[in-house]
Design a protein around this ligand. Structure first.
Ligand code: NAG
Ligand code: NAG
Ligand code: NAG
Ligand code: NAG
Ligand code: NAG
Ligand code: NAG
Ligand code: NAG
Ligand code: NAG
Ligand code: NAG
Ligand code: NAG
Length: 876
């Protein structure tokens, strides 16, 4: 959602200035550091005291004289290192927000995959890989600094280090190592400028070397700058954490010497695996800010249908609200009865509906707005230290913010969801969309008169569109004529170390809730700001669950913290329509899907802000067909960009949706695997080809599920793209042509075209066998009812496929009644010798039709066997 009052630069990617508080590194390195004493080692845990080793350097406050160190080998592959102040209860990310991972009790430090060692004075530590003694993290020569509002840890890494993560940002996927600052402080960041802090906070990085991949996670929700620099030293890259509160709470993950997927799974053990989402959520979503009335919304649904483009889910932005207040509908533009008509129509056609819900609630002491009064009665609003409400300025004008730490907040939120989104009397949404939860505020600093700013900024803005006749017929089959384009104690307020917050003069409270706002449990926004959006995510997930017990939820959020994937999916915020943003969306998505464990991710297809073009939108429709979360969405000041607006875009969308739907169960299976053990749904190429240095930089190609390489066209007006193919065997998805690069396995599934995912599930499957360099292939399929959290309610079907020596074996359990058949099996890369053979199914010859395309090397076997048990296809 567009933030009012920001400067808008057109054309090139926006870039923020790199300028955090800068102190000469030699001054920081000259700080005394600490001396280790009283070391006690007990099983997998080491505890020790750290004493300031000289006069404090007091760079951003006073050095804390005494610290405690604890190091635990939690698993064979994970070391947990904690440094805190024993004399003071400092803020730590609450367990209620971030449950700590479970330990395995009996790890032997000397045989663990990574180890910790240290020097006593000044204290520094090293994490190294046991098998090779290779140092992965080392604070040597960089003094530890621990002050009340400033924590500093600095490690040296090899020159040219391949570092990924530390989002949310719009940098390249492989982070630049020269003069880079990554700032974590949730921010409503219109047009997502490069080098600035954005909506979410994921203080984890993966570092990849030809010798292995490991990870470092700092569990801390305070504001921070992480600086990466390769110009301070000739032969090293330094990575420095500058944190303005909390404690040092590191998880070091061994990863693996050969398989980066292992690291992703180890991180999932710490932050939790992604929640499963409903099957339908992989269909196409259409949204925009600026659908002015229920008539617009219904027309879009009708037009998609007329254009034969499968629309699964229709969305509505804040336009539906009265005065932009959550939990209301505008009686003129979105009368409840007519919105209910839309929902009924969608549900009758196996389609879905999603509405936006923001956290901020209009501050209306003198008006009859029940959600405000109910919350006030329950006393659930975030407060200032003097007990008054912490006011913000958002879409409805002056607002209060829900306090997600309040013991009654879930009751409040559940009740509002049950009331407003009630299937019988309200709007029966199928999923939820939560926005503005950094939390955002439009008040300019110093924000001394928020009521006056509401007037100045005309919030809420008056409606100008003509009021529709409430009886306007909708979903009439007349396909409307479409024009080609349609318009449309500490100084927490001002801490001594100033992080590089890109909002309003870097003030921490700028464009958000006051950082001195105090939660019901006494915690202040200074510490918890970065988890506000994640906490709203959990509450919304639970409120949706309470409405429909036992059914999975789809909640899409803007702001996230580490671990958010356990509850929600994420869209990449307010991008804009440009080729640069189109390209960047891949790196952004890889961050969430392959590192942060938030695989339900996508960016606004065709671009949110500014105006798209026909060719950009056509290409983006195709790339977006490979986003896990596939949604076209734009702003109220941009031209309309539904796929049917241009013939070229409509054709591109139909083509890619055909591919996406044919691969739907392949994607669904990969997502299920992700839910089971954290295997990333999407992968950068180096995850699969970790020894091939040419892959480390690539962020314009990616793996969709385990076996499909996506290489989109990346330049305007171009109809081809130069891609990198590692040493492996590939097949063109459309022509089936074999392309030798040499090595792994590929296998896919497909079912013919359908207009909804419900219809898709009634279609037969096809099996596509794409043998790797060694001539074998394998794959798997997971199917369940697509919506129950407990999939055993209706049963599951789990099938393994393997191919080798001219035999395809299909084997598994068939607990969910698919009610469909396997219509055909295609074997790619087949020699004439194999092409000449007869195929038999379970030894029954003569029942199947086989053909061979010698030019492409494709054997096509029409088999038509019911898919309710295992079988074999043998070529002999
Ligand atoms: C830790 O183990 C408990 C009990 O087995 C389980 O309920 C919980 O989900 C686990 N926590 C994590 C983060 O895996
Ligand atoms: C820790 O062990 C590594 C690997 O053996 C070694 O290179 C490093 O010097 C040691 N560091 C300390 C602080 O003892
Ligand atoms: C990187 O180092 C150079 C000096 O070599 C310095 O000017 C610059 O400010 C540093 N950048 C960061 C982000 O610390
Ligand atoms: C909290 O911040 C607000 C806004 O700057 C200010 O009016 C108030 O005095 C602050 N309260 C305290 C106790 O710092
Ligand atoms: C987008 O197009 C509309 C209609 O042509 C125009 O009014 C608006 O200024 C354009 N926006 C931008 C950012 O170019
Ligand atoms: C693409 O083609 C259009 C129309 O010919 C032209 O205006 C535009 O400048 C071209 N873009 C590039 C990057 O060449
Ligand atoms: C490609 O991989 C194969 C093993 O699969 C190996 O024999 C061959 O040498 C590799 N080729 C190159 C150019 O690396
Ligand atoms: C799953 O089972 C429940 C209970 O038997 C049933 O009500 C529901 O319709 C089933 N769902 C699907 C998608 O088959
Ligand atoms: C899979 O196949 C093997 C051997 O072909 C058989 O022993 C096994 O029972 C099968 N498993 C299932 C789950 O059908
Ligand atoms: C072969 O065809 C017959 C008759 O259509 C059918 O009953 C049988 O199931 C088929 N066998 C296989 C293996 O598909």
């Amino acid at each position: 959602m567009h933030l009012l009052g920001e400067l808008v630069f057109l054309g090139a990617l926006l870039s923020a200035q790199v300028s955090a508080t800068w102190t000469d590194p030699s001054v920081l390195d000259a700080c005394p550091g600490y001396t280790v004493s009283n070391v006690v080692t007990e099983g997998p845990t080491l505890n020790a005291d750290l004493t300031l080793a000289g006069e404090g350097c007091n760079v951003f406050g006073t050095d804390i004289p005494q610290l405690s160190l604890s190091v635990t080998y939690e698993t064979d592959a994970r070391i947990h290192l904690k440094i805190s102040d024993p004399s003071n209860t400092r803020y730590e990310v609450p367990e209620s927000v971030f449950p700590r991972p479970n330990n395995s009790s009996s790890v032997s430090p000397s045989s663990a995959q990574i180890q910790f060692n240290y020097t006593e004075s000044p204290f520094s530590f090293t994490i190294f890989r046991t098998s090779t003694s290779e140092v992965l993290f080392s604070t040597a020569n960089h003094a530890l600094i621990f002050e009340s509002q400033y924590l500093r840890v600095k490690t040296s890494l090899p020159k040219g280090a391949n570092i990924y993560g530390l989002g949310e940002h719009t940098n390249p996927f492989r982070l630049p190592t020269t003069n880079t600052i990554l700032t974590l402080w949730s921010r409503d960041s219109y047009e997502v400028p490069i080098g600035s802090n954005l909506y979410g906070n994921h203080p984890v990085y993966f570092e990849h070397r030809t010798t292995g991949t490991h990870g470092v996670f700092l569990l801390n929700s305070n504001g921070m700058d992480i600086k990466i620099n390769d110009t301070e030293s000739d032969d090293q890259v330094t990575l420095e954490y500058n944190v303005i509160g909390g404690i040092l709470d590191f998880y070091f993950l061994a990863g693996s010497e050969n398989d980066p997927l292992e690291l992703a799974k180890q991180y999932a053990e710490v932050v939790g695996v992604p929640a499963e989402v409903p099957y339908w959520s992989f269909g196409l979503h259409q949204c925009r800010f600026g659908y002015n009335s229920f008539v617009d919304v219904a027309d879009v649904v009708t037009n998609y249908s007329a254009a034969q483009i499968p629309l699964e889910t229709m969305w509505t932005d804040i336009d539906y609200m009265q005065g932009r207040r959550i939990f209301t509908v505008d009686p003129n533009y979105f009368p409840l009865a007519r919105v209910r008509d839309i929902v009924d129509y969608l549900h009758q056609h196996d389609q879905k509906y999603i509405l936006m819900t923001d956290p901020a609630v209009a501050y209306t002491p003198d008006e009859d707005y029940a959600p405000y009064h109910r919350g006030t009665e329950m006393d659930v609003w975030l407060k200032l230290p003097n007990g008054s409400f912490s006011l913000g300025l958002v879409w409805p004008g002056v607002t209060v913010y829900p306090d997600w730490f309040h013991p009654d907040i879930q009751t409040y939120w559940n009740n509002e969801f049950e009331t407003f989104y009630n299937p019988e009397s309200g709007i029966d949404i199928d999923g939820a969309w939560i926005d503005m939860n950094e939390p955002s505020s439009f008040c300019f600093q110093p924000c001394t008169d928020i009521f006056n700013q509401a007037i100045q900024q005309a919030l809420p803005p008056p409606r100008t569109a003509p009021i529709p006749d409430p009886n306007t017929p909708i979903f009439v089959n007349s396909s409307k004529t479409l024009t080609k384009r349609v318009e449309a104690t500490d100084n927490i307020m001002d801490p001594p170390y100033e992080i590089n917050n890109a909002a309003d003069g870097r003030v921490l409270s700028a464009k958000t809730a006051w950082v001195n706002s105090t939660h019901a449990n006494g915690l202040v926004e200074y510490d918890t700001h970065n988890i506000y959006g994640s906490m709203m995510s959990v509450s919304t997930h639970l409120a949706m669950l309470a409405r429909r017990p036992g059914l999975r939820t789809l909640v899409i959020t803007r702001s996230t913290f580490a671990g958010a994937g356990r509850y929600v999916g994420k869209w990449l915020g307010d991008n804009f329509s440009s080729w640069g943003m189109y390209r960047q969306s891949i790196a952004g998505m890889l961050g969430f899907a392959s590192i942060y464990q938030v695989p339900m991710v996508g960016s606004d297809i065709c671009g949110y802000a500014e105006n798209t073009t026909e060719t950009l939108c056509a290409r983006w429709a195709m790339l977006g067909g490979f986003y896990p979360f596939m949604r076209n969405h734009n702003s109220d000041t941009s031209i309309s960009q539904e796929y049917y607006r241009w013939p070229l875009v409509a054709e591109a969308a139909r083509n890619v949706l055909d591919i996406r739907y044919r691969l739907m169960d392949y994607l669904y299976t990969a997502f299920h695997t992700s839910h089971l053990d954290g295997t990333p749904l999407l992968q950068p190429l180096f995850f699969k080809y970790p020894k091939d240095p040419s892959t480390y930089l690539i962020d314009l190609q990616f793996l969709y599920g385990p076996s499909i390489l996506v290489s989109p066209v990346t330049e305007e007006n171009s109809t081809s793209v130069t891609i990198y193919l590692p040493n492996d065997t590939f097949y063109d998805f459309l022509t089936f042509e074999k392309i030798e690069g040499q090595g792994a396995n590929h296998l896919g599934y497909k079912s013919p075209r359908a207009m909804t995912t419900t219809e898709l599930r009634q279609r037969d499957f096809e099996i596509l066998i794409a043998p790797g360099t060694d001539g074998t292939a394998k794959g798997s399929l997971y199917v369940d009812d697509g919506e129950s959290i407990d999939a055993s309610v209706n049963g599951t079907t789990e099938v393994e496929f393997s191919f080798g020596d001219n035999v395809l074996t299909v084997n598994g359990t068939f607990g969910f009644d698919l009610g469909v058949s396997i219509s055909r099996v295609r074997l790619l890369g087949a020699s004439a010798d194999v092409g000449a053979k007869n195929a038999s199914v379970n030894g029954l010859q003569g029942n199947v039709t086989t053909s061979y395309d010698a030019e492409k090397g494709v054997v096509d076997v029409e088999i038509g066997v019911p898919f309710d048990k295992g079988f074999e296809v043998v070529w002999n």
